[in-house]
Design a binder for this molecule. Structure first.
Ligand SMILES: *[C@@H]1O[C@H](CO)[C@@H](O)[C@H](O)[C@H]1NC(C)=O
Ligand SMILES: *[C@@H]1O[C@H](CO)[C@@H](O)[C@H](O)[C@H]1NC(C)=O
Ligand SMILES: *[C@@H]1O[C@H](CO)[C@@H](O)[C@H](O)[C@H]1NC(C)=O
Ligand SMILES: *[C@@H]1O[C@H](CO)[C@@H](O)[C@H](O)[C@H]1NC(C)=O
Ligand SMILES: *[C@@H]1O[C@H](CO)[C@@H](O)[C@H](O)[C@H]1NC(C)=O
Length: 420
């Protein structure tokens, strides 16, 4: 009997460890392998909720029951936010009525004492330029229609070269004027010194690098973006529009210019658009990349902001956002922070004409889809080259094959998993 019981327990233990192994396997498949297939690693893609148990939109934007959504949304165990999803947007309201200054909201007040140290650490800027292109915009030419600010890191040489040859080529719209700038901070150590030498050579060759003396880290992305805003404000204040994006993005610059911004129209003011993230709650999970400490941002909801993978704004806003930023506690989530600056300025991001234009995930490639979108996220430099060239040679009949295949316009643009 004794022996039997022990025997059986040993079996049970084996069974349990087998079960946990299986669990681990399922977890890995969902968290690592599947997302890799889709090109959007779970630690990278901007999820549906600002960063939450990947996303818990207060107001769901997509049809969650549609088949193509399922794989994206079920991945991670949902985390509960204490955001009161039914209440109106608090930040938005408080900044639109009465005192527009965000610091005077109760939320901001509550945290001010707690983040004293952090604040002084972050607002030391502006940092001095290490590499600058003060005359890139002047030189007697008319002001450029579009400035591309591309967040980059020293090691991403290949990506910069791919972008120079493709969507960031300043001759994409030669008559209008495009200015391309890569934004960088500095790296430390011997590798940093080596990278710095190479970066300076790259800058001499292409004249498209802007760098300030701050540590180039994910948490310093806000500094990087503000450096770009400040550059436009001081060296290119007449620029028509500005796009801020990343170096792992595919951007259909032509579509952006001719279909969205439309050079034939009068330039807009106070215009800001991109992938609008409305009603998102701060992520309170300390292990998340999108974690927001309640001391830094006690509010229950962020004001509407646009995913940092690609947003577009009128040139006048560069100065306004930069100046607003000086009076607001900096947050490391640069897109959220820019959204707070906009709320303070009482500029509401404009929803893009359709929800498929700005994608902060990766849209599987087809010339038809890519000729009708502006951003898609998560590309190796080689893919940027490959898809760009394919699109260039197919853009005029991009959708013919698709139509022949009997697909409708509406499902053309659905997000799909790219072929592995
Ligand atoms: C959502 O998708 C499902 C399945 O494709 C469809 O039956 C349903 O009508 C859709 N709902 C809306 C609101 O689009
Ligand atoms: C959520 O907000 C609604 C409307 O403002 C309010 O009636 C309700 O009591 C709130 N619920 C919680 C749990 O705060
Ligand atoms: C925030 O604090 C300041 C002084 O520190 C005070 O004058 C102001 O009324 C407070 N605002 C709110 C909304 O509590
Ligand atoms: C940019 O485009 C022009 C015109 O199509 C081309 O001549 C030039 O080589 C391109 N630049 C790069 C860096 O590929
Ligand atoms: C941001 O850059 C500053 C200046 O180089 C540096 O002191 C700080 O540690 C950086 N912050 C992070 C979180 O990397």
């Amino acid at each position: 009997m004794q022996w039997r019981r022990r025997h059986c327990c040993a079996h049970a233990a084996k069974f349990i460890s087998l079960l946990s192994l299986l669990g681990l396997l399922v977890f890995l498949v969902h968290q690592v392998w599947l997302p890799k297939l889709t090109g959007t690693p779970w630690w990278k893609g901007h999820p549906v909720v600002y960063g939450g148990g990947e996303l818990h939109p207060a107001r769901p934007k997509w049809n969650l029951s549609a088949p193509h959504s399922a794989w994206r949304f079920v991945i991670v165990p949902q985390q509960r936010f204490d955001a009161n999803v039914s209440s109106p947007e608090k930040e938005g309201v408080s900044s639109r009525q009465g005192d527009p200054s965000f610091e005077n909201t109760p939320a901001a007040n509550a945290s001010q004492s707690a983040e004293g140290a952090l604040r002084s650490a972050i607002t030391l800027g502006p940092f001095p330029y290490v590499i600058n292109e003060p005359d890139k915009c002047a030189d007697g030419r008319p002001a450029p229609f579009l400035v591309l600010l591309i967040s980059s890191e020293a090691r991403q040489v290949e990506a910069r070269n791919a972008i120079r040859q493709t969507w960031g080529n300043e001759s994409v719209a030669p008559a209008l004027g495009i200015v391309r700038l890569f934004l960088l901070g500095k790296n430390e150590g011997e590798l940093g010194l080596l990278q710095q030498k190479m970066l300076e050579a790259e800058s001499r060759r292409y004249g498209d690098i802007v760098q300030q003396d701050f540590l180039d880290s994910y948490k310093n992305l806000t500094i990087k973006t503000l450096m770009g805003m400040n550059w436009v404000a001081s060296h290119c204040p007449e620029a028509g529009y500005v796009m801020k994006t990343d170096s792992d993005m595919f951007v259909n610059t032509e579509y952006l210019i001719y279909k969205l911004l439309r050079p034939e129209l009068k330039l807009k003011n106070n215009y800001f658009t991109g992938n609008n993230m409305r009603g998102f709650a701060p992520n309170r999970n300390k292990n998340s990349k999108w974690y927001m400490p309640p001391e830094l941002y006690p509010g229950e909801k962020y004001p509407t902001f646009c995913s940092g993978t690609g947003y577009v704004f009128s040139g006048d806003l560069a100065r306004k956002i930069y100046r607003a930023s000086l009076r607001i506690r900096q947050l490391h989530l640069e897109d959220v922070f820019v959204g707070i600056c906009l709320a303070k300025l009482r500029v509401e991001p404009t929803p893009p004409p359709n929800e498929f234009l700005f994608n902060h995930w990766r849209v599987s490639y087809s010339s038809c889809k890519y000729s009708h979108l502006i951003t898609s996220h998560g590309f190796h430099p080689n893919e940027i080259l490959k898809y760009w060239h394919h699109l260039q040679s197919n853009k005029h009949n991009a959708c013919i094959n698709t139509l022949r295949a009997g697909r409708t316009h509406s499902n053309r643009m659905n997000r799909e998993r790219p072929a592995a």
